[in-house]
Design a protein around this ligand. Structure first.
Ligand SMILES: Cc1cc2nc3c(=O)[nH]c(=O)nc-3n(C[C@H](O)[C@H](O)[C@H](O)COP(=O)(O)OP(=O)(O)OC[C@H]3O[C@@H](n4cnc5c(N)ncnc54)[C@H](O)[C@@H]3O)c2cc1C
Length: 355
């Protein structure tokens, strides 16, 4: 992508910020927060160009689903653009691969390997200690006894489970107080990729028009003329668009960018779709976000993978083991965190059983 004046200005302002002089490490996985922040420390918060502050605040909305003042300052550090010479990269993610047939193929593949062993439609309502094991009660009244339990339920839903288990007070507070941010996507169809024009964009664009960012879902589909944009909402933008017809919201976003990308309204297919994660009663939000103080206060309840045994950390209380993106130090908020903690939780149980 050719660098716009905005990009160049962003680069210069960030380079001026004292101490922000990091080298890009191609081996560093994108969004690898923990390692990222340890290596690169910013001593100054003096961003004197107002729209750069706006831009950074938009990244807090997209990445953490909250308004900037509701976010831990550490999350700001995790989010800072990477700068190398004249080049600034804002929250880059290669997203190089797609699963043919959709991501659910992965779940279906895993489930097929455990055919007959998975029961669905059973909502956990109570977990009681029973010796070193547990008794689980589900919404349909059924019960199960288990020697080991892995709980992989997001915090807001876990709060609804009656946990009659002796848990450390800090862990109870963590479950009680840490929340999911608010994020939603609105998808818009177009007859062509009209944003690929001079003064348009390729890949993604950021905005203060009521959606934080928009990106081209069809960026790598050069062989197809049609295009799809995702309008990404975070923080208060979600509440502001909770009511109203999806088509009306979609048309509003498209018409707002029409003066910037002439012809985009005419290129719209007027077909729009929208997610409703924040209203889903089994999730009720986007992904984990830490308020000021929470990231450090509850740090002992996050898995850390390390070759150094003193640094590595699991999240288990007796035979009760926790999993889910919210328990990953390095990848909370990401599918990586869900997969990583699931693997590590299984390892905790395996180690205990094999002893
Ligand atoms: C808008 C949005 C955009 C995202 N973008 C990205 C991205 O670009 N990259 C990325 O890596 N990640 C992204 N994520 C985050 C990713 O989807 C999550 O981190 C991941 O799905 C978390 O997995 P999990 O297993 O921890 O929790 P979940 O997927 O929330 O699974 C929890 C499960 O627990 C079940 N459950 C709840 N209560 C109970 C109960 N009482 N009993 C039994 N079961 C219960 C729920 O039904 C659900 O199936 C995004 C999420 C959102 C909302």
């Amino acid at each position: 992508m050719a660098h716009t004046p905005l990009f160049r200005l962003l680069t210069r302002a960030l380079q001026k910020a004292q101490g922000l002089n990091r080298q890009h490490d191609p081996d560093d996985p994108p969004r690898s927060r923990r390692r990222w922040t340890r290596r690169r420390f910013v001593k100054s918060d003096k961003l004197t160009v107002p729209f750069i502050r706006t831009l950074i605040e938009l990244t807090i909305r997209t990445e953490y689903g909250v308004e900037p003042e509701e976010s831990s300052a550490l999350q700001l550090l995790f989010n800072l653009p990477s700068v190398e010479d004249e080049d600034a990269t804002l929250l880059s993610s290669d997203e190089a691969f797609l699963v043919e047939g959709g991501n659910s193929k992965i779940i279906e593949g895993l489930a097929d390997a455990l055919s007959g062993q998975i029961q669905t439609q059973k909502r956990l309502t109570r977990l009681q200690s029973n010796g070193s094991g547990f008794r689980l009660t589900f919404g349909n009244g059924s019960t199960v006894s288990a020697d080991y339990v892995i709980l992989a339920i997001p915090f807001p839903l876990l709060r609804q489970v009656n946990l009659q288990v002796n848990l450390p007070a800090t862990l109870r507070r963590c479950i009680q107080e840490v929340n999911l941010g608010s994020n939603e996507k609105l998808f818009a169809g177009f007859h062509n990729k009209i944003w690929r024009q001079e003064n348009g964009f390729a890949g993604e664009a950021w905005s203060d028009l009521g959606f934080s960012a928009t990106w081209d879902d069809t960026d790598r589909q050069g062989d197809r003329p049609e295009g799809v944009l995702t309008f990404y909402l975070g923080g208060d933008e979600v509440a502001a668009t909770r009511t109203g017809l999806i088509d009306w919201q979609g048309k509003r976003f498209v018409s707002q960018i029409d003066p910037l990308i002439p012809g985009i309204a005419a290129a719209s297919t007027n077909r729009f779709l929208r997610t409703r994660w924040t209203q889903d009663r089994l999730i009720g939000g986007g992904y984990t976000t830490f308020k000021p103080g929470q990231y450090t206060e509850f740090s002992e309840f996050r898995y850390i993978e390390s070759d150094d045994p003193e640094e590595s950390q699991n999240v288990a209380v007796g035979n009760l083991v926790f999993a889910g993106e919210q328990f990953s130090d390095e990848f909370y908020g990401f599918m990586n965190g869900a997969a990583q903690t699931g693997r590590l939780a299984a390892q905790v149980v395996l180690n205990a059983v094999l002893v």
